[in-house]
Design a protein around this ligand. Structure first.
Ligand code: FAD
Length: 315
């Protein structure tokens, strides 16, 4: 089966979620990866470690900004050029906007939030996460072409492949596709952006006030993490609104989510249940968050965090 995997890059590096998508595709068939915009050949060749046999590169500089229409056009063109039956990508805010357009252009069926390899014993059935991870739906796809967007952290990254060959792909992208362009970008506060962070240290009302956030920021700095918070914390202006995690805030999918002084209300959990590992620090051993935790520390945040931080720095 011929599989095209669209890989997102960030600051010249292939995103971890894209490597998960390549690993997913490699379990289905022969993977050609597709990269858009400026990325080094050396970096693209590393897609082979995750299972891509070849990488097609559309190096058009206009694609350095993630633009929905030209991206959809380029992905569909690459799918046609390679005769791919399955088009895979990682689910992301960009992919959410692009994959529907790709599916329409290709006459393909589409499933997003995919969490497992398809069951092909009777057709082509994929499992997707629904209701913010509280339930799953099995979806049967009957079209020849299929577009799958894979949920972050659902697939182990394969790392035992050899370097992939990298080839330039020329795609005609009409100026009319660039009707909306990004003129400049600016980073929000903090070194690591929350939605894409691999590690998040988040604080709740248990931190008592904004003046105590130093313990969260110190731990985040040591771990190279983004900082997050619960909704009441941002409602009270202890922290900026863009740090608010949960059903009504940012949904994160880090490898590690550290929740400090957060009770674990269902609306908060809805934003973090795609995390690979959850560590909860709370002084109340009955706090509901412990039920969702992989590891828990029952203790006062103001005693635990400095000790944890020192231990991690020494490690
Ligand atoms: P609390 O519930 O007050 O919990 C504080 C925790 O800190 C407690 O468990 C306590 O034991 C612990 N603690 C106290 N002192 C210490 C200490 N010294 N050391 C360690 N632990 C300590 N919430 C969100 O977060 N995100 C959302 O997106 C969201 N959306 C919502 C949408 C709706 C429609 C509604 C109704 C609510 C929503 N909420 C959301 C609010 C949610 O229901 C909870 O009220 C909120 O998550 C609680 O925040 P918290 O855990 O910080 O505070």
């Amino acid at each position: 089966m011929s599989v095209l995997v669209f890989i997102e890059t960030e600051e010249g590096k292939i995103k971890k979620s894209a490597r998960e998508a390549i690993s997913y595709g490699a379990a289905l068939g022969d993977v050609t990866a597709l990269a858009l915009g400026t990325v080094s050949q050396d970096e693209l060749a590393t897609a082979g470690e995750n299972g891509a046999s070849k990488v097609l590169h559309v190096s058009d500089e206009r694609l350095n900004a993630s633009l929905i229409q030209p991206y959809a056009e380029a992905i569909a063109a690459a799918a046609n050029a390679t005769g791919s039956e399955i088009i895979v990508t990682a689910k992301s805010s960009l992919a959410d906007a692009v994959v529907g357009r790709v599916a329409i252009k290709l006459g393909a069926s589409l499933v997003s939030n995919v969490v497992a390899l398809p069951d092909t014993s009777n057709g082509f059935q994929v499992k997707r996460s629904i209701y913010t991870g509280k339930a799953f739906a099995n979806v049967n796809l009957t079209t020849d072409k299929k577009v799958l967007a894979i949920k972050k952290n659902a697939i182990e990254v394969k790392t035992d492949g050899a370097a992939a060959s990298v080839e330039a792909l020329s795609v005609t992208l009409d100026d009319s596709l660039f009707g909306a362009t990004i003129t400049s970008t600016e980073k929000a506060e903090g070194d690591v952006l929350l939605p894409e962070a691999d590690i998040v240290v988040s604080g709740g009302r248990g931190l008592k006030g904004p003046e105590n956030w130093g313990v969260i920021e110190d731990l985040a700095k040591t771990l190279g993490a983004a900082t997050g918070c619960s909704k009441p914390v941002s409602d009270m202006d202890w922290r900026p609104h863009h740090e608010h995690v949960g059903q009504t805030g940012v949904k994160v999918s880090p490898t590690l989510y550290v929740a400090v002084g957060i009770s674990g209300a269902i609306q908060h959990l809805a934003g973090v249940n795609s995390s690979k590992y959850i560590v909860v620090i709370n002084k109340d051993e009955e706090a509901p968050f412990f039920k969702a935790a992989d590891y828990g520390i029952v203790g006062d945040a103001f005693e635990v965090l400095p000790k944890l931080n020192e231990a991690l720095k020494a490690a």
